[in-house]
Design a protein around this ligand. Structure first.
Ligand SMILES: Cc1ncc(COP(=O)(O)O)c(C=O)c1O
Length: 359
C-alpha cells in the first residue's frame, strides 16, 4: 500500500552524492564543494550573532543579503530572490511556471536534479542529448520549445560553458523561460548576467555553495526581471532562508577578495590535476568548473572501457578513503567526475591512482 500521489509512484528521486559526517577521514572529491574555508567575515558574523535574531522569524525578503548581492553585481535588489540553495529555486521555478504535463527541456548530460524536479511537479522532462564531442545541441533545444529550458553553464558533469551567443539565441527565440544555472560561475570568466536586462524571459541562478565555500549554509539566489521575481515571491515559502544564512551570506558576498583568492587556488590546482591525470592515461575534458570529467584508461586486466571500469575505479578509491562521483547517465557512464581539492588532496588522489595503475 502507498499513500504517495499516483504520479510520484514511479519517480525514483534524486540521489545526492555521499556526505560522510564532518570529521571523517575521507578525501571528499564527490560533490564539488570548495576545499577552502569561507571568508573570515563569516566567522565574525557567527561569533557576534545576536540570539534575538533566532528568537524571531527571519526577514522573508532577506534584504540584507539581497543588498550585498545587489552592490556586488550592480543589479537592483528587486531583481533578486533568495532560496534554500539554488536547488530550492529550481523547484520553485518549475512549480511557478510549468503546467502539468508541459515540457521542461534541458540538455543531457547535465544536472540530474532537473529531471527529478520536473517529474515531481508532474511536468514532462525532455532531455536533449549532447553529441559525443559534447557540442551544445542548440537547434534541438530550440525546436523543443519548453515551458522552461534549463541550461547549466558551466555545466556539470562535463565542465563546458555554453557560449553567450547560444544563450542569446535561446533567450530571443524560446517562447518559454530560459533558466541559466550559473552554480559554477565563479570558476570561469564568462557569465550571462547581462541577458537579464534585455530578456524578460531569462532567470539566472547563482549559489554560495561553490565559489563562496558555503554549501552547508544552503543559500542560492535567482536574478531576473522584477516581474518574474514578484511571481516567485508570491509562491515561495516565506522563511525558506533563515536568519543565519541571510547574515552569513551577506558577509560572504561582501568579501569578494576572499572568494577570488580561493577560486584562484582552485584554478591553479585544476591545471595540475588535469596534467597529472592525463599523464596516467586518463582522458580529461577541459573544464570551467571546480571539477574535471575524466575517462579512466582501459583496465590492464579486462581492457574494459565501459561503465564497469569507471564504477570499479570509484569503488576502489572509496575503499582507500577517496570519494569521487559516477553518474549513470548517457555519454558519461564510462567516465567519472572529480572535484578539484587542495593540492595535498589532489596529490593523494594522483599517488593512489598511480599505484592502482601499476597493480
Ligand atoms: C549545476 C548545479 N546547479 C545547482 C547545484 C546546487 O546548488 P545549491 O547548493 O545552491 O543547491 C549544483 C550542485 O552541485 C549543480 O551542480
Amino acid at each position: 500500500m502507498t499513500f504517495l500521489r499516483q504520479h510520484l509512484q514511479s519517480v525514483s528521486g534524486y540521489t545526492p552524492g555521499e556526505q560522510p559526517p564532518p570529521g571523517s577521514l575521507v578525501i571528499k572529491l564527490n560533490t564539488n564543494e570548495n576545499p577552502y574555508p569561507p571568508s573570515p567575515e563569516v566567522f565574525r558574523v557567527l561569533q557576534d550573532f545576536d540570539l534575538e535574531w533566532l528568537r524571531r522569524y527571519p526577514d522573508p525578503t532577506a534584504i540584507a543579503f539581497r543588498q550585498s548581492a545587489s552592490e556586488v553585481l550592480d543589479i537592483s535588489p528587486d531583481s533578486i530572490v533568495v532560496g534554500n540553495g539554488s536547488d530550492e529555486l529550481i523547484s520553485l521555478i518549475v512549480r511557478a511556471f510549468v503546467e502539468p504535463g508541459a515540457a521542461v527541456v534541458y540538455p543531457m548530460p547535465s544536472y540530474v536534479l532537473y529531471r527529478t524536479v520536473a517529474q515531481i511537479q508532474g511536468a514532462r522532462p525532455v532531455e536533449i542529448a549532447y553529441d559525443d564531442a559534447f557540442n551544445f545541441p542548440l537547434q534541438a533545444i530550440l525546436e523543443a520549445q519548453g515551458a522552461i529550458t534549463l541550461i547549466a553553464s558551466p555545466n556539470s558533469p562535463i565542465g563546458n560553458v555554453v557560449s553567450l551567443e547560444h544563450l542569446k539565441t535561446l533567450a530571443a527565440n524560446l517562447q518559454g523561460l530560459l533558466v541559466i544555472d550559473e552554480a559554477y560561475v565563479d570558476f570561469t570568466e564568462k557569465n550571462a548576467l547581462n541577458l537579464v536586462q534585455a530578456h524578460p524571459n531569462v532567470i539566472i541562478l547563482r549559489t554560495l555553495s561553490k565559489g563562496y565555500s558555503l554549501a552547508g549554509l544552503r543559500l542560492g539566489f535567482a536574478i531576473a526581471h522584477p516581474a518574474l521575481i514578484q511571481d516567485l515571491n508570491k509562491i515561495k515559502d516565506s522563511y525558506a532562508v533563515d536568519a543565519i544564512a541571510t547574515m552569513v551570506g551577506a558577509a560572504a558576498m561582501r568579501d569578494q577578495a576572499h572568494k577570488t583568492q580561493n577560486v584562484e587556488k582552485v584554478l591553479r590546482s585544476r591545471v595540475t590535476l588535469h596534467k597529472n591525470l592525463a599523464s596516467l592515461g586518463f582522458q580529461v575534458w577541459p573544464s570551467e568548473g571546480n571539477f574535471l570529467l575524466v575517462q579512466p584508461p582501459p583496465c590492464s586486466k579486462s581492457a574494459d572501457v565501459g561503465s564497469g571500469a569507471a564504477i570499479a575505479l570509484a569503488q576502489n578509491l572509496k575503499t582507500q578513503g577517496i570519494l569521487i562521483r559516477h553518474f549513470n547517465l548517457p555519454k558519461v557512464a564510462n567516465k567519472l567526475r572529480i572535484t578539484v581539492g587542495t593540492d595535498a588532496q589532489n596529490e593523494q588522489l594522483y599517488q593512489t591512482l598511480s599505484h592502482h595503475n601499476k597493480a
